[in-house]
Design a protein around this ligand. Structure first.
Ligand SMILES: Cc1ncc(COP(=O)(O)O)c(C=O)c1O
Length: 339
């Protein structure tokens, strides 16, 4: 059965072009630094993000944790939003790998107040305090919202005044760029390092990159090896990554439009509340008047996959493999199930 899969943008399959490119990729041994396809992907990514250098890593979680490990001395402290991916969905890795303490600030739907961050920066000279070694932001946020550039700028200015680097979890930075109508490098300008994912809405099967200064990337390369992330003929994956960045990046607007269409269609259904103001990228969130999960199993029986609600909230995510027709079919199926 062909499913309409709305669980996440991580379910995207590689395109035919990607499969062909992977088959024909020129490869070398990337630990020796001579895989030409990886080198090209890293060069292209750095240029796209306006940074000196980039490094291929196996996953977004690996990339974020490598960033903490590279920026932060053990026992230091990282300031970040209470609902960000690093805090919520990375298995507590920051305490295991980098050995850092995470100090959270309240998040207003992903938006962090620069003043609250400033208050939490540790002053020098008190024997009791850990050192603040990093500030992290996330854009687009995994709650589907995009943070305005002015807010990122305010945080970056506070960080710079205190000599603290900023890391951007940009797993979906290209979705954020489309929403803001800017180039990704304009978002990346407010961070010293960025992690971005190839295997979400961009359809590559595997891979993320971290970007930063050339010296910092060399330090990260050594730590990547320590973490077991030194891969060999990885040009096979980088070939798909190049298509993700060169081609698939340019079509994300379509997913955002389909998400808007889905939100509009669902909003007409009685007993269902769509959080339309939160539809910035490809994610639609809604809740039902009734409790429990009356939707995921009946939808599955009709060939539509969604996750059960989390804290009473359903999420549907559009992507390359979800057409406008699929969106209309999904809304109709929800309408019939709730009728
Ligand atoms: C904002 C954000 N950062 C990081 C990640 C981690 O990526 P991965 O699943 O490749 O480890 C995700 C995954 O969904 C994410 O949404």
């Amino acid at each position: 059965m062909e499913y309409i899969d709305l669980r996440s943008d991580t379910v995207t399959q590689p395109t035919d072009d990607m499969r062909k490119a992977m088959m024909n990729a020129a490869v070398g041994d990337d630990v020796y630094g001579d895989d030409p396809t990886v080198l090209e992907l890293e060069r292209f990514t750095a240029e796209l993000l306006g940074k000196e250098a980039a490094l291929f890593v196996p996953s977004g979680t690996f990339g974020n944790q490598l960033v903490l490990f590279t920026h932060c001395p053990r026992g230091s402290e990282v300031i970040l939003g209470e609902d960000c991916h690093i805090v919520q969905h990375e298995v507590g890795a920051a305490s295991v790998i980098a050995g850092v303490q995470l100090r959270t600030v309240p998040s207003e739907k992903g938006l962090l107040d620069a003043n609250r961050i400033k208050e939490r920066i540790r002053p020098d000279g008190d024997i009791h305090f850990p050192k603040t070694s990093l500030i992290c932001v996330e854009n687009a946020h995994s709650n589907g919202r995009v943070i305005p550039l002015e807010e990122m700028q305010k945080i970056y200015e506070v960080a710079q005044q205190h000599g603290i680097p900023v890391h951007l979890d940009g797993a979906r930075i290209f979705n954020a760029a489309v929403y803001l109508g800017v180039e990704a490098k304009e978002i990346a300008a407010y961070a010293d390092s960025v992690m971005l994912c190839l295997s979400k809405g961009l359809c590559a099967p595997v891979g993320s990159l971290v970007v930063g200064t050339a010296d910092w990337i060399e330090a990260a390369r050594k730590k990547r090896k320590l973490m077991g992330g030194g891969l060999r003929q990885v040009g096979v994956l980088a070939a798909a990554g190049l298509i993700a960045l060169q081609t698939m990046r340019l079509r994300l607007q379509e997913d955002h439009q389909n998400a808007q269409l889905l939100a509009d269609q669902l909003a007409d259904i009685e007993g269902l509340t769509v959080y339309k103001d939160d539809v910035h990228i490809s994610m639609v969130f809604f809740s039902l008047d009734q409790e429990g999960d009356p939707l995921s199993q009946p939808l599955l029986a009709r060939g539509i996959k969604i996750n059960p609600p989390e804290l009473g909230m359903y999420r549907m995510v559009t992507h390359h493999w979800v057409s406008q027709d699929d969106v209309l079919k999904t809304a109709q199926a929800v309408r019939e199930i709730l009728a």
